[in-house]
Design a protein around this ligand. Structure first.
Ligand code: GAR
Length: 216
């Protein structure tokens, strides 16, 4: 059983997806704590409702990133967390922290990485006129929104889409792939080979999707 801490900054809908998955019989991970830099994060409330321990480590209480991250590290040790899931955690973690937890931090990002790193991803996807967008679960590396990709899911962009409904479509997929990626990791089926994650005994879709559909 993999002991996971989830770091959140806000709403926590991905946290909820992980809580629900961990509640399933035979799921190979359990959430030992939810830690937030934001005392008002709704994710903390979700954790309480699920009887999961919570801690607030407010970045505003620290002089620098190093001491903020040292405080998070201490919490992680206290909870005996062996793995971290970032779920809408909106602070950048520096290289020292990431390297200390090398290959033991997952993140979810609402784009098909390496496209659209950073914020306002769906706005930028719409501006760029992409035909597909989606979400990515990846192992965290020191560069922002970078690291070996575990799973991705794509949605076609409808010409009628605005950033809000595109975000909602993508979020629905986030809630599917995040628990799935954590499961693969917890089962020991993911190995890291350079910049790539290799998934043991994975099956992949063949063929492809085309958007817009070919003219007849
Ligand atoms: C999610 O869409 C997640 O992919 C994104 O923040 C949202 C958090 O929602 N994360 C990032 O942009 C990280 N770069 P949630 O709090 O409801 O899970």
């Amino acid at each position: 059983m993999l002991n996971v801490a989830v770091l959140v900054s806000g709403r926590g809908s991905n946290l909820q997806a992980l809580i629900d998955a961990c509640a399933e019989e035979d799921f190979p991970a359990r959430i030992v704590a939810v830690i937030s830099n934001n005392p008002d994060a709704y994710g903390l409330e979700r954790a309480r409702q699920a009887n999961i321990s919570t801690s607030v480590v407010n970045h505003r209480d620290f002089d620098d990133r190093e001491s903020f991250e040292a405080a998070i590290d201490l919490e992680l040790k206290n909870y005996k967390a062996k793995f971290i899931c970032l779920a809408g955690f909106m602070r950048i973690l520096d290289a020292r922290f990431v390297n200390r937890w090398k290959d033991r931090i997952l993140n979810i990002h609402p784009s098909l990485l390496p496209s659209f790193k950073g914020l306002h991803t769906q706005e930028r996807a719409l501006e760029a006129g992409v035909r597909f967008t989606g979400c990515t679960v990846h192992i965290v590396r020191p560069e922002m929104d970078d690291g070996p990709i575990i799973l991705q899911a794509a949605v076609a962009v409808d010409p009628e889409d605005d950033a809000d409904n595109l975000s909602a479509k993508v979020l629905e997929l986030e809630h599917v792939i995040y628990p799935e990626a954590l499961k693969l990791v917890a089962l020991g089926r993911v190995s890291i080979n350079g910049n790539k994650a290799v998934i043991e005994k994975a099956t992949y879709p063949t063929g492809g999707l085309i958007s817009p559909e070919p003219i007849s």
